[in-house]
Design a protein around this ligand. Structure first.
Ligand SMILES: NC(=O)c1ccc[n+]([C@@H]2O[C@H](COP(=O)([O-])OP(=O)(O)OC[C@H]3O[C@@H](n4cnc5c(N)ncnc54)[C@H](OP(=O)(O)O)[C@@H]3O)[C@@H](O)[C@H]2O)c1
Length: 254
C-alpha cells in the first residue's frame, strides 16, 4: 500500500492526537506524501518522541494542546497559521475511552470527560478549522469515529454515544460547509492495533472472539485506517461529503 499517492504534496494538515497510534501513522504517511502538518497532544514528552520519529524538519510542528479546551485549540490553529499560513485539511483523530459500567451507573463527571474528548473537542477543532477554510473557499475535515457509534457495546456506552454524535456532527457540518467547498467525512474503524485497544487485542480469548465477527479474519493495523483518511482528505474525494466510511473488515456487513 506504501506506493499509493494522494496528491497531497504541499498541503497543510492538522492532525489532532498525532503523537501516537493511528494519528502518528497518519502524520508519518502525510510527511511521506510531501504534506506539511501540525500534530497535537497533551503530553509534551510523547509529542517530543513523535517529532523525533517523524523527522519532518520544517514541514512538521507539534503543539501541546487539550482539544476540549477552546483556548488550547485557538492556540493550536494560531500556531499553524503563523507557521504555514493556511489549513487544507483537519484530521480529527483524538478519541479516548475509559471502560465504564452501565450508562445509568456512571458518574456525571466521567460522562463529561468522555464527551469532552470525543465529541466536544471534535466540535471545537472543526469550528476553528472551518473559519479558516471558509475564507480559503476550500478544505477537508475527516474525523476518526468508531463502529462503537453504530452498535451498543458493553463498557463502551458513553464512548459510543459520543461517536454517534461525531457522525451526526459530520453530516451537519457537511451540509453547512458545502457552500464553501469544504467536504466533511468520517471513518469508523473496528478494533485497530494501538495502545488504546491493547487490553483487548493482547488478550488471546478476547482477540479470538473479536476476530470471529470480522469476515476478513483479523483486526485492523493503523495503516488500514490511514489510507481511507488520506483518500477522504484528497481531491479524489471532492464529491463525497457527510459520509462515514466503515473500516471494519466487513464486521457490520454481516
Ligand atoms: N484503536 C482502536 O481500536 C480504535 C478503534 C476505533 C476507533 N478508534 C479511534 O481512533 C482514534 C485514535 O485512536 P488510537 O487508538 O490511535 O488512540 P491512542 O493510541 O490512545 O492515541 C490517542 C492520541 O490522542 C491524544 N489525545 C488524547 N486525548 C487528548 C486530548 N484531550 N487532547 C489532545 N490530544 C489528546 C494522545 O496524546 P496525549 O495522551 O498525550 O494527549 C494520542 O496522541 C480515536 O478517535 C479512537 O476513538 C480507535
Amino acid at each position: 500500500m506504501g506506493s499509493i499517492r494522494y496528491g497531497l504534496e504541499d498541503r497543510v494538515f492538522v492532525v489532532t492526537g498525532g503523537s501516537r497510534g493511528i494519528g502518528l501513522a497518519i502524520a508519518a504517511e502525510l510527511l511521506g506524501q510531501g504534506a506539511s502538518l501540525a500534530i497535537c497532544g497533551r503530553k509534551q514528552d510523547t509529542l517530543d518522541a513523535a517529532m523525533e520519529s517523524l523527522g519532518g524538519g520544517k514541514r512538521a510542528i507539534a503543539v501541546s494542546a487539550h482539544i476540549a479546551r477552546d483556548e488550547d485549540v485557538g492556540r493550536l490553529f494560531d500556531e499553524v497559521m503563523k507557521t504555514f499560513g493556511r489549513v487544507d485539511a483537519l484530521i480529527n483523530n483524538v478519541g479516548m475511552n475509559l471502560l465504564t459500567g452501565s450508562v445509568t451507573d456512571t458518574e456525571p463527571g466521567l460522562w463529561q470527560k468522555i464527551m469532552d474528548t470525543n465529541l466536544n473537542g471534535t466540535f471545537l477543532c472543526s469550528r476553528r478549522a472551518a473559519k479558516i477554510m471558509q475564507s480559503q473557499k476550500r478544505g477537508k475535515i475527516v474525523t476518526v469515529s468508531s463502529v462503537a457509534g453504530r452498535k451498543a457495546s458493553p463498557g463502551m456506552g458513553i464512548y459510543g454515544i459520543a461517536k454517534a454524535g461525531v457522525e451526526m456532527l459530520t453530516r451537519v457540518l457537511a451540509s453547512e460547509l458545502a457552500a464553501f467547498n469544504i467536504q466533511v467525512n468520517a471513518v469508523a474503524p473496528a478494533m485497530v492495533r494501538t495502545e488504546f485497544s491493547k487490553p483487548f487485542w493482547s488478550n488471546e480469548v478476547i482477540y479470538e472472539q473479536v476476530v470471529r465477527g470480522i469476515p476478513l479474519g483479523r483486526i485492523a493495523e493503523p495503516m488500514d485506517v490511514v489510507h481511507p483518511v488520506l483518500f477522504l482528505a484528497s481531491d479524489a474525494a471532492d464529491f463525497i461529503t457527510g459520509q462515514t466510511l466503515l473500516v471494519d473488515g466487513g464486521a457490520t456487513a454481516v
